[in-house]
Design a protein. Sequence first.
Length: 296
Amino acid sequence: MLEAIPGRVFVVGVCLLITTIAYSSQFFVFAPALGGWSLATVKVLTPLNLLVLMVYYNYYLAVTTDPGRIPADWEPPSSLLITTKTNPSEGITGPRFCKSCNIHKPPRAHHCRYCRRCVLKMDHHCPWINNCVGYANYGHFMRFVFYVNFACFYVVVLLIWRVRSIMDAIRHFQFDAEPSTLEVAFMVVNFVLAFVVLFCVGILSMYHLYCMARNQSTIESWERSKVEKLIRRGKIPPVEYPFDISIYKNLCAVLGNNPMLWLWPRPMPGDGLSFPIRPCVGKDVVWSYASGKREF
């Protein structure tokens, strides 16, 4: 069903939703309640507008940044084409190869059937940005959802303040302070929209924060779950996930090495072709969580 809808429709819809929540609440609810566009009103609403600016900019980066292409001249190093010494019967599984793109796939790269190409460190294809979330735009995507949470939370807090001020006015029989029908309508609309977005995007943020802390993509999370079931059933030997190098370093791998700049837009570190692994895992070995076998 969703596949039949052009991706640009989702992008336009997201922009309209952001604009509706951000500006209808200010023009029809907050500014009138604060006494018009005074200096005091600007001070209250400036943080919201800065948050909305960051929402727009990070959304733009997530939509327009290529998630990561495999270089045309990239080939797996010949030194990785070796037979395992721990279990020679496993032989050489070799680097992964994409039959659709007719190229070798670097570690953590996957083929996207929507984009019709392989994406470096692919996380998932997101219709809401009309783009894949991959190595090069994952940080932009995460900052976008974080700023959406911050902005919607700010709107909800101001809406709660407005409702409380109305209730206080009614309790003190200040009926001249009652809101207009138009303001009430926009209060209801904005509260519903902001709360729904905060709830849905909040859950998405928590899940991806969990994935970042474990240095795994959504695809790798699914694969790890499958492998863990196979291990519990005794189908395959225990497998150690190699890319989890500590919570702090895992977050730095996506948001950058300076925690003070984690929420500031910046390119992803690294090249998307190679990744540091845990010291206890063989340097030349990467585990394929889709099959539970070694790949080189």
